[in-house]
Design a protein around this ligand. Structure first.
Ligand code: ME8
Length: 698
């Protein structure tokens, strides 16, 4: 069987899980589920990086022994990942690695020995003892060259790391070095031979330029007296192994390198090489240092280093505790389903590029793509099957004698157009997923939702059902919609594991979409006569205002992260922190694109129009918005329009307006009109081109 081994970085144990660690783990999880569907035996590794000076200091600050400290942090990570459905019990990661595990100690020492015995391509010893003199950033766990720190403003102070803005440590001590400078050509040759080794290309080019500029040898140990919380260098108890040398090796020790029992149960031989998913912040370690170590050790190179971009806040700033713009995963988890978080992360961030996070954007995606898009298609299709077809999947065929009827209803009697659209989408989806194009793959899947919505809106099953001669047309339309849902459940499973299983059940299907390969989907495999399951809402609509108000009250004061500052912070809403935000966010009357996106504008078709008795202003419409049932909407335009003339007119409807009662009738939306002249004469907004009912305006 083909194997697929995917890893995330192992996260530093000196901070709590955050959106970034959740993100990489979630992407790896989706990839694992996808590859599993495609027939691979999969292995997914995530975990913790538990050694080094930064963890040592964090433990000291917490007043705990380092091991006790990392045990606690690792437990929090595991609980968090489990809450988001990313743990083994939910089909997520197979191994939660911890670098304090005894087998890892042994594996790192074995790896070190192998490298230490090796000769570089130029015939030198790969590891040698020397003296390191320079600056070290504990937060990056990396040595810093002059272009990587800012000079101190006051002489005598330490320079600061450009990434973390924290003061650097001066290091002047005996150290073992890895002779990286001898590996430049071999690395360039690797990137040349395997153009997909580093993904995406932009990152590959950065790596190539970095290596071309010339490599310096790398200090790979610290004196035990400086960093005690680390793995000892074999045969030299005065030194400990550099935390990155230790951490990178986890990718092989986790699966059996250096440990017979693990090798037997998991298997380095079986699963290596891996696809390493990493943020672009740690690309150099993975695409330069790690391959060089592996070359020295005589081991196979990873399958690929796949570097994604970073989540920024809504204003495009890096997330940091100091700015108070980090995302609290408890809050995220409380307000959004796991599938919503997964969908948002994979759809919103173009994988490989940076992306902006805001709760408003999550709500918008949840409402527009999930509730109104996928969720609505599932519920309208299944509700109609329940009502019009006695709860069983109807037969797909339209007999020749009914071709004309079908055409009259705007339905192509031949399903092959629809089937071809599905096949094309299936092929594009899998190709894009194979190339980490998650966001575009989802767009492709959503084009099927739009297509099927259109099919329903145009065929109007609620009209067809009134005419017995259109029975076959009605059946065929609902069959096509149900079959599309089956395909979507299989394709979208890696992204929406819970919702796709629910769709599967609601369609009345047995088995699990997780076990089906999207590439082998064939038209027509949902069987007529299948009894559908209970129809339940998949993605309830979120009340934006309410959710935002709750989130704001829960996250208030997040920027104050020391005990002292928290104690000083007033508990009312008008903290200086909030006031600053308000100033930034409100240049007079302007609204943001997110504000606009909250208004759900849809194309509607007026099906009926009549005057409201005893009112000279109001007209009462039924309007088809592409939903299972038309809506009743009232508009104050009776003085200017003849109702009969409006039937068939396409209009723009505010679809997410709170329903309100006018003259005893509930109005479920609002029709848009321009207001003209001194008497505010309404002129209905409409379209020149043909547009399907339900299409969204944006
Ligand atoms: O670097 N957006 O651990 P780390 C997206 N221990 N992803 C982000 C992110 C953001 N804003 N912030 C962090 C380490 N990440 C080392 C790794 S591996 C052998 C050792 C994710 O806790 C992203 O995957 O700092 C990034 O590369 C990683 O967290 C850094 O995690």
């Amino acid at each position: 069987m083909k194997t697929f081994y995917v890893t995330t970085p192992i996260y530093y144990a000196n901070s709590l899980p955050h959106l970034g660690s959740l993100y990489t783990t979630l992407v790896a999880d989706a990839l694992k589920r996808y590859k599993r569907q495609r027939g691979y035996e999969t292995l997914f590794l995530t975990g913790m990086d538990e050694h080094g000076i930064n963890v040592q200091r964090a433990a000291e600050r917490a007043g705990l022994q380092p091991k006790e400290f990392v045990d606690r942090v690792a437990a929090i990570f595991q609980q968090t990942f489990a809450a988001f459905g990313l743990d083994g019990a939910h089909g997520g990661y197979d191994i939660f690695m911890r670098t304090t595990a005894p087998f890892h100690y042994a594996g790192v020492q074995q790896f070190w020995r192998r490298v230490a015995r090796a000769r570089t391509p130029k015939g030198n010893a790969a590891i040698y003892k020397g003296h390191y003199e320079g600056w070290f950033c504990a937060a990056c766990a990396a040595y810093k060259t002059e272009d990587e720190y800012s000079k101190p403003a006051v002489s005598g102070e330490s320079p600061r790391c450009l990434v973390h803005e924290t003061p650097l440590d001066r290091v002047s001590e005996e150290s073992y070095f890895f002779r990286l400078s001898d590996y430049g050509e071999a690395l360039l040759d690797l990137y040349e031979r395997r153009p997909d080794f580093v993904w995406p290309e932009e990152r590959r080019n950065e790596v190539v330029s970095f290596v071309r500029a010339g490599l310096q040898d790398l200090s790979v140990s610290r004196l035990k007296s400086s960093v005690a919380w680390a793995i000892p260098v074999p045969d030299d108890s005065a030194h400990t192994v550099y935390v990155w040398f230790d951490a990178l090796t986890n990718y092989i020790t986790a699966i059996g390198f250096g440990d017979e029992e693990r090798e037997r149960v998991i298997g380095f031989e079986k699963f290596w090489p891996a696809v390493h998913l990493v943020g672009k912040d740690i690309l150099r370690f993975h695409a330069v240092y790690w391959p060089a170590f592996l070359m020295a050790a005589g081991l196979e190179q990873p399958r690929a280093i796949v570097a994604h971009g970073m989540w920024l806040d809504r204003d495009g700033r890096k997330m940091s505790k100091t700015l108070g713009n980090t995302i609290d995963l408890d809050v995220l988890h409380r307000h959004f389903s796991n599938d919503t978080v997964r969908y948002f992360c994979l759809r919103e961030m173009v994988f490989g590029q940076d992306g902006r996070f805001s709760y408003e954007a999550v709500i918008e995606r949840a409402n527009s793509d999930l509730a109104s898009g996928l969720g609505n298609l599932v519920s309208r299709t299944l509700t109609m099957i329940a009502r019009y077809c006695a709860g069983t999947i109807p037969p797909p065929e339209i007999g020749e004698e009914n071709y004309l009827q079908a055409k009259r209803a705007g339905v192509n009697p031949d399903p092959s157009d629809h089937a071809s659209a599905l096949e094309l989408a299936r092929d594009q989806f899998t190709t894009l997923f194979d190339e980490y194009g998650f966001s575009r793959a989802l767009e492709v899947a959503w084009s099927l939702i739009a297509r099927t919505d259109k099919l329903l809106s145009e065929a109007k099953p609620w009209e067809l059902v009134k005419d017995e001669r259109q029975r076959e047309t009605l059946n065929a339309v609902l069959y096509r919609a149900a079959e599309t849902l089956r395909w979507l459940a299989v394709m979208l499973h890696p992204v929406l594991p819970d919702a796709t299983r629910a769709i599967w059940r609601q369609l009345g299907l047995t088995g699990d979409p997780a076990d089906l390969d999207p590439a082998t989907l064939k038209w027509g495999e949902i069987r007529a006569g299948t009894r559908i399951g209970e129809v339940e809402p998949l993605f309830p609509r979120l009340d934006r205002k309410k959710v935002m108000a709750e989130i704001e009250s829960e996250t208030k004061g997040q920027g104050t992260n020391t005990v002292q500052e928290s104690a000083k912070a007033p508990s009312t809403a008008a903290t200086p922190h909030n006031a600053t935000h308000a100033n930034v966010a409100a240049p007079a009357e302007l609204i943001s694109i997110e504000d606009f996106a909250r208004v759900d504008l849809r194309v509607g078709e007026i099906l009926t129009a009549e005057r409201v008795p005893k009112s000279d202003k109001l007209l009462r419409f039924t309007i088809d918005l592409g939903e299972p049932e038309p809506r009743q909407i009232l508009a104050g335009i009776a003085g200017y329009y003849e109702p009969e003339k409006l039937v068939g007119r396409k209009v723009i409807v505010v679809a997410n307006l709170k329903p309100r009662k006018l003259r005893g009738f509930e109005s479920q939306g609002m029709v848009l009109a321009a207001s003209v002249g001194p008497e505010d004469r309404p002129v209905l907004a409409t379209f020149v081109e043909d547009v399907p009912n339900g299409a969204k305006l944006k």
